[in-house]
Design a protein. Structure first.
Length: 191
């Protein structure tokens, strides 16, 4: 019932939705746009390479900036990158550039999310409370993959899911802003 924790968990849902949708459906999207399956492999490889850079950079940066701002920036960056990707012609260069930007923001949500849980509640219940947040991530991942397939089968296009991913990114950017980065006030036991 802690407001900041609930906001954090809701934002993490978006992370799972976006990552799983892109991982599973981006190669097929690229083939659908006339590119080779090999380009899809290169894009996933770019995501992996830039994920290392993004995650390490955010791990360093979170000791210098408020974590809620970092999370908000990451989700907004994902939304903008997706908007740019679907707005311009899809070529091998634009696909790999999208993969690089996506990689920078890929798992870079994990350090600030786990740190915020630890700040709010301490480390005693970190595994449990981060686990609940991760369940939200996994539910988002399931829906990203499932809806991607369902929408493509029904409409022959991934466009509605790309737009839903953008919407989720913007909403998560906004809902992470009011997170309070301080320990939860605990009741003192009566003597």
């Amino acid at each position: 019932g802690h407001r900041s924790y609930v906001l954090l968990v809701l934002g993490f849902f978006t992370c799972g939705f976006q990552l799983a949708f892109i991982t599973v459906h981006l190669p097929a999207f690229l083939v659908d746009r006339g590119l080779s399956a090999q380009v899809g492999g290169w894009v996933i490889a770019a995501i992996g390479l830039f994920n290392i850079i993004g995650s390490l950079s955010v791990g360093w940066l979170q000791s210098r900036l408020p974590k809620r701002y970092i999370l908000s920036f990451i989700y907004f960056t994902r939304a903008l990158a997706t908007l740019a990707f679907i707005s311009f012609p899809v070529t091998p260069a634009t696909a790999i550039a999208f993969g690089a930007v996506s990689g920078l923001a890929w798992l870079s949500t994990v350090p600030p999310t786990s740190s915020l849980v630890a700040i709010m509640f301490g480390t005693r219940w970190l595994a449990t409370l981060y686990g609940f947040a991760f369940v939200s991530h996994q539910v988002g991942g399931f829906l990203g993959v499932w809806l991607g397939g369902l929408v493509f089968e029904r409409y022959g296009s991934y466009t509605p899911i790309w737009w839903l991913s953008i919407l989720f990114g913007v909403l998560s950017a906004l809902i992470n802003l009011p997170i309070v980065e301080k320990p939860v006030a605990r009741a003192v036991p009566a003597t």
